[in-house]
Design a protein around this ligand. Structure first.
Ligand code: IPD
Ligand code: CA
Ligand code: CA
Length: 272
C-alpha cells in the first residue's frame, strides 16, 4: 500500500495522541471532566491530545490550516490545505470509561477530502483512506457490506443531546427501523459508527447535529470502501451540513428515503 505523506503524518500524529488518551484511560483518577455545555463534556485529555496531534502535523506541514474541535475559532472549510481533527470522538464514553472512543483526522484540499484516519483506541484499530486508493483497517482493505434487504440490515445512529428539535420525528424513525430492520445501535462515537459502515459491521447510519470533525475522516473512509455518504437531502453537504446519512448503496437508499418520508421537508436541511 503506497501512502501519501499526509496519511503517514496522520498515522504518526494519531499514535502520539493515543498515548495521552491511553494514559488517562489507565489513570482515571487524574481525569478532570468539565462541561462545554449541558450534556457536552470535555476533559484535559481532549485538549492535550489535540495539542499533541497539531504539533505533529505542524512539524511536517507548518503552513496548513488546522480545524480542531478543542482549538477551533469557528473557521469554515475553505479550498486551502486543511486538517480537521477530533482528538477524542466519544468523550462521554471516555469520561465514563465506556470503551468506544477514537481519534479522527481528516485532510482536505480544494474543499474535498483527500485522506482520512480514525484510530479506535481500545481495539487498536487503525482505519484509513486515501482518495482514489481505497480504505484499510490495520493494513487490510475494507468494503461496505453487501446486505440488500432492510430486513437483514443493522443500522447505527447517534441520539441527539444538544439540539432536541427533531426528537419526535426521531422516535417515528426508530419505530420504523425497529419494525423493519435488525435494529439500531448507538456506540457513542460518530467516527466509530462511520468506520463500522465502511467495514460492513453496520449497513447504514444517520445522525443530525454533527460537526465537521465528527465526519471529515469517516465520510471519506466510507466512500473509499464503496459506500454512499450524503446529507439528508441527498446532496454532498455532509461535512458542514450537520446531517449525514450513509451506508452501502442499497441501505443508504432505504435509510435516506425513510428519513425523507418521516421528517418534514424544512427540517431536512440544517438552518443554523
Ligand atoms: C460526539 C460523538 C457522538 C455524537 C455527538 C458528537 P464528541 O462527539 O461523535 O457519537 O452523537 O453528536 O458530538 O463530543 O464525543 O467528540
Ligand atoms: Ca466528535
Ligand atoms: Ca471530541
Amino acid at each position: 500500500m503506497n501512502t501519501s505523506k499526509e496519511v503517514e503524518t496522520a498515522v504518526a500524529a494519531a499514535l502520539e495522541g493515543a498515548k495521552i488518551i491511553q494514559y488517562y484511560h489507565q489513570n482515571r483518577e487524574k481525569l478532570q471532566v468539565d462541561y462545554k455545555g449541558r450534556h457536552d463534556l470535555v476533559t484535559q485529555a481532549d485538549v492535550e491530545t489535540e495539542q499533541r496531534i497539531i504539533s505533529e502535523i505542524r512539524s511536517v506541514f507548518p503552513n496548513d490550516i488546522i480545524l480542531g474541535e478543542e482549538t477551533t475559532d469557528g473557521s469554515r472549510l475553505t479550498n486551502e490545505r486543511t486538517w480537521i481533527i477530533d482528538p477524542i470522538d466519544g468523550t462521554t464514553n471516555f469520561a465514563h470509561g465506556f470503551p468506544v472512543f477514537c481519534i479522527s483526522i481528516g485532510f482536505y484540499t480544494g474543499g474535498k477530502a483527500e485522506a482520512g484516519l480514525i484510530y479506535e483506541i481500545n481495539r487498536e484499530e487503525m482505519f484509513m483512506a486515501q482518495k482514489g486508493a481505497g480504505a484499510w483497517l490495520n493494513g487490510s482493505k475494507i468494503r461496505v457490506s453487501e446486505i440488500q434487504e432492510p430486513a437483514s440490515a443493522l443500522l447505527g445512529t447517534g441520539f441527539p443531546y444538544r439540539d432536541l428539535g427533531l426528537l419526535d420525528d426521531y422516535m417515528l424513525l426508530f419505530r420504523k427501523f425497529m419494525e423493519e430492520t435488525h435494529g439500531v445501535r448507538r456506540p457513542g462515537s460518530a467516527a466509530y459508527d462511520l468506520v463500522c459502515v465502511a467495514s460492513g459491521r453496520l449497513d447504514g447510519f444517520f445522525e443530525y447535529g454533527l460537526s465537521p470533525w465528527d465526519v471529515a475522516a469517516g465520510g471519506l473512509i466510507i466512500q473509499e470502501a464503496g459506500g454512499i455518504v450524503t446529507d439528508w437531502t441527498g446532496g454532498d453537504s455532509w461535512v458542514e451540513g450537520k446531517r449525514i446519512v450513509c451506508g452501502n448503496p442499497q441501505i443508504w437508499k432505504y435509510v435516506s428515503e425513510s428519513i425523507k418520508e418521516t421528517i418534514a421537508g424544512n427540517s431536512l436541511v440544517h438552518k443554523g
